[in-house]
Design a protein around this ligand. Structure first.
Ligand code: COA
Length: 148
């Protein structure tokens, strides 16, 4: 397993994984725009035998790290790939002197909430009607290098 920055040539595979993993998936163009036009964006993949096993996005907005997406291909789930990515996210936040790490997660997404809780994030508020299908989101947060 290697962790490396996402490349344009990964985007076809990433878009296929998005469709496999998310109710409202991003397409190749969404990722291309993030990578080319958003100076705050950082996108990484976990590669195994030439295949993308997982990926994440992290916006580093001054003193805040915000996870925009994180996913593990179904065949690689429960093998600690997301844990490896959470470690990398924490490290990126430390290197960039972020004070807080935050994200939004569907209130129905228990696997992801468990992952984030394991890494010290706590639910701090509810964002009503956050998603296109009207589902609410939990805002989860933690101080970088610690927990709330
Ligand atoms: C959430 C997700 C990224 C976890 O990826 P993963 O590589 O399987 O996670 P890991 O193997 O590193 O698991 C780490 C922890 O997450 C939690 N977890 C992961 N999958 C879980 C599941 N199916 N049910 C309950 N808890 C789960 C557990 O706390 C686990 O710790 P443990 O192994 O000590 O029990 C993956 O299920 C996924 O891609 N889901 C679809 C996309 C998604 O919802 N992304 C999050 C958007 S906010």
């Amino acid at each position: 397993m290697i962790l490396r920055e996402m490349r344009m040539k990964d985007l076809k595979q990433i878009a296929a994984l998005e469709a496999e993993l998310f109710i409202e998936p991003w397409n190749e163009e969404d990722f291309r725009r993030e990578m080319e036009e958003n100076e705050f964006a950082n996108y990484y993949v976990v590669e195994h035998d030439g295949e993308i096993a997982g990926y994440f996005g992290l916006w580093i907005l001054f003193d805040q790290g915000q996870i925009t997406t994180i996913g593990t291909a179904k065949k690689y789930q429960r093998q600690h790939i997301a844990s490896m990515m959470m470690d990398a996210i924490e490290q990126l936040c430390i290197e960039n002197e972020c004070e807080f790490l935050s994200l939004e997660v569907r209130i129905s997404n228990i696997p992801a909430q468990n992952l984030y809780k394991k890494y010290g994030l706590e639910i701090v508020s509810v964002r009503k009607d956050y998603y296109a299908n009207h589902e609410d989101a939990y805002l989860m947060m933690k101080p970088v290098g610690g927990s709330l």
